[in-house]
Design a binder for this molecule. Structure first.
Ligand code: PLP
Length: 384
């Protein structure tokens, strides 16, 4: 179906931060499958883990335990605030799980009627009906009404608005620590801690959607670590298995207790092949100096982007963290995406005018230099 505005490019091979098209042309990939291939394309350890598991056991359902799934759950718990994990297949699916968990937690604790979730304008939580209803962008809702009821939208980064929105119907606050699709919008230092305080005072669950920001993207395993707070519930997907589909819903023991046997399920969730791949991802990311290198590359690209901004007034703002960057333009960005692709660099544009850079976390300085050079040439050609 024609649901995507696809670019006319057929990709056949990838290696690290590069991909090749059907004609053999090489591209530097600053999209990384939309913040998915964080370890780069065809990572040998991830490939080996998945391939070995493919020849042992592929699927048994969640009626049974498997070693990769159990080990992955233990590792995620060890590396995060969480005590429990539920595995699914995508970001939208785990956000559905988070919505169900929040509603049921509140229902069990306080009785019916307290099922509203506060979400933010410009957020993005996925395309399934529940996750779409939680997404604070009308353009994605059009024609799909009636949506799931029970969401209240407030501006991102506005603590007072969040506090004003709390009433006796509200059970949770759902927020991306950094809005991704919405345009790489960073929170002020006190925003997430303020939401934590609000949730504690009012008995609400704090849910972080780290589908895009998680798994090293910002220079920490989870973006909320930058802000000194932990949520009650967190969703992960995208980078968790470096390109194989997986979502994970993480929660504290208290919150997870709301989902008892029979309340939630997913046939493929946490299958052994994907779990083995995800374990290999976590091993790489928790290796010595992995995150230090992401942070260093993040600082390096920031300097380059700020230099670009000085040269091209069309760049209104440069913002980001780690290796998640947005260049807000005063004009539409599609022509720049095309100009960069012609020059062998893949980039993304979101919200029409925000150039989003999400390179693999393993890229080298020379790759950054090459990308910055192509960006410069692209800007010069499109916005002279
Ligand atoms: C923050 C966030 N949540 C959820 C989703 C939806 O994930 P998926 O496309 O895997 O359903 C996305 C996808 O871009 C996202 O960025």
């Amino acid at each position: 179906m024609q649901t995507y505005g696809r670019q006319s490019l057929v990709l056949v091979r990838g290696d690290g931060c590069r991909v090749w098209d059907a004609d053999g042309k090489e591209y530097l990939d600053f999209v990384a499958g939309l913040a998915v291939c964080n370890l780069g394309h065809a990572h040998p350890e991830v490939a080996r883990a998945a391939a070995e598991q493919l020849t042992k056991l592929v699927h048994v359902s969640n009626l049974y335990y498997t070693a990769p799934m159990t080990e992955l759950a233990e590792e995620l718990v060890r590396l995060s605030f969480a005590d429990r994990v539920f595995f699914a297949n995508s970001g939208a699916e785990v956000n559905e799980g988070a919505i169900k968990l929040a509603r049921r937690y509140s229902h069990e604790k306080y009785g019916p009627g307290r099922h509203f979730i506060i979400s933010t304008y410009n957020s993005f939580h996925g395309r399934t009906l529940g996750a779409l209803s939680a997404t604070g962008q009308e353009k994605f809702h059009k024609g799909f009404e009636p949506l799931l009821e029970g969401f209240i939208f407030v501006p991102f980064n506005d603590l007072e608005a969040a506090a004003r929105a709390v009433d006796e119907r509200v059970c949770a606050v759902l927020v991306e620590p950094i809005q991704g699709e919405g345009g790489v919008c960073l929170p002020d230092a006190d925003y997430l801690p303020g939401l934590r305080r609000l949730c504690d005072e009012k008995g609400l669950l704090l849910v972080f959607d780290e589908v895009q920001t998680g798994l090293g993207r910002t220079g920490k395993l989870f973006a909320h670590e930058h802000y000194g707070v932990t949520p009650d519930v967190m969703t992960l997907a995208k980078g968790i298995a470096n390109g194989l589909p997986m979502g994970a819903l993480l929660a504290t023991e208290d919150a997870a207790g709301a989902l008892v046997p029979g309340t939630h399920a997913s046939t493929f969730g946490g299958g052994p092949v994907i779990a083995a791949a995800a374990l290999a991802v976590l091993r790489q990311m928790t290796g010595p100096k992995f995150m230090d290198a992401v942070k260093a590359r993040g600082k390096y690209i920031r300097r380059g982007l700020v230099r670009l901004q000085k040269q091209f007034p069309v760049i209104k703002e440069v913002r980001g963290l780690g290796l998640m960057w947005g260049l807000e333009l005063t004009q539409e960005g599609a022509a720049l995406v095309n100009a960069c692709r012609e020059r062998s660099l893949l980039i993304n544009c979101t919200q029409g005018n925000i150039i989003r850079l999400l390179p693999p976390l393993v890229l080298q300085r020379r790759d950054l230099d090459q990308a910055l050079e192509i960006l410069h040439d692209g800007f010069k050609a499109v916005f002279p």
